[in-house]
Design a binder for this molecule. Structure first.
Ligand code: ZN
Length: 335
């Protein structure tokens, strides 16, 4: 099922049962490329009943079904799913003229969004903790010319998002509801104590160049996968943390939120990314961290400074949560 040799009759039956439950891969051999286990994208497409089309022979491959189009490019560390960018742990590999996806990306990036029905322990969704980043002595990212401070605008988006989600019937709380400093570990502790079902940390970005803009949604890095900012495994990547318990659901909600944010704001899509952020590391529930744009961008900074754009961000995030809820309901209704 997950490319591991089936060692006992019992696990064979478990594998056969899972294959019956949903589209999955079986009898697909892994191939080592640069020391990493990879699986052929053409076989993944075939097992999912998708058409396999070369957009450029040996370089760009499309997997397509009625509802889903995925485009992969050799050596790139991302791909698009119905136009939304998902960053990968490892680049798309090539061997013998075929393109390959790493096994860990198949399990941790592709399956959660394409075939979440193959995973157990579908979470419920009622209590949501929203975490406006920074606060108090820590202003976060700043654009002094525009008088925009990250700690202020994230709190505003958090309050708007809380109101949206409460209207939908969720029980929502904030890690801070005023201009107060909180340690990173206190933020996840608040969510764990509240027995939240979802944690959403809100941030804005900054960089030296005013031409850099765009949205990112982060999930906690999976075990044995490098974070998006690095190309190699660190010692800390070989461990699994509490935050890894929900790798599947982190990815699923991250994808839906990123998709809605980009669709509704038309901001640059920097994709769903992975990082070992302290604020996500100890979570006992699914969680994401949103970088809602660059306050330093000449195009995005003024928008972030406007209340109507911040409302648009809150609306998009709430819509992403609703889509995630619908999928959880569908998965739970399955059995
Ligand atoms: Zn921040």
């Amino acid at each position: 099922m997950r490319f591991r040799p089936v060692r006992t009759w019992l696990s064979w039956w478990v594998a056969a049962f899972l294959v019956c439950l949903g589209p999955g891969l079986h009898a697909v051999d892994t191939t080592r490329i640069n020391g990493i286990d990879y699986v052929p994208l053409a076989e993944i497409g075939g097992s999912l009943g998708m058409d396999v089309q070369w957009l450029k022979s040996g370089e760009r491959l499309r997997l397509k079904s009625e509802w889903t189009t995925m485009d992969f490019t050799v050596h790139r560390r991302d791909f698009t799913l119905n136009g939304t960018t998902l960053n990968l742990g490892w680049p798309i590999g090539t061997k013998g003229g075929q393109l390959y996806l790493s096994e860990v990306d198949y399990e941790k990036t592709l399956q959660p969004v394409l075939t979440p029905q193959v995973f157990d322990h579908v979470p419920k969704l009622y209590r949501i903790v929203i975490d406006p980043g920074h606060g108090g002595k820590d202003p976060g990212a700043q654009n002094r010319g525009l008088k925009v401070a990250e700690k202020t605008v994230v709190l505003d988006v958090a309050k708007r998002l809380k109101a949206n989600l409460e209207k939908l019937g969720y029980k929502v709380s904030l890690t801070r509801d005023d201009d107060r400093y909180l340690e990173l570990t206190d933020r996840s502790a608040v969510a764990n104590r509240a027995r939240a079902d979802l944690f959403i940390s809100l941030h804005f970005n900054a960089t030296g160049s005013s031409s850099v803009s765009g949205l990112e949604t982060y999930v906690f890095t999976a075990e044995n996968m490098p974070s998006s900012s690095r190309g190699k495994l660190l010692g800390s990547d070989r461990r699994d943390y509490d935050g890894n318990e929900n790798d599947t659901w982190n990815m699923l909600v991250g994808y839906y939120v990123q998709r809605e944010l980009v669709d509704q704001t038309h901001a640059d899509d920097r994709g769903v990314k992975r990082a070992r952020f302290t604020v996500l590391r100890d979570l006992q529930m699914p969680g994401i961290l949103i970088e809602g744009g660059f306050v330093t961008s000449s195009s995005e900074g003024p928008k972030i400074g406007s209340a109507s754009y911040r409302q648009k961000l809150a609306d998009a995030i709430a819509d992403g949560v609703v889509t995630y809820q619908r999928t959880l309901n569908r998965l739970r209704g399955r059995g």
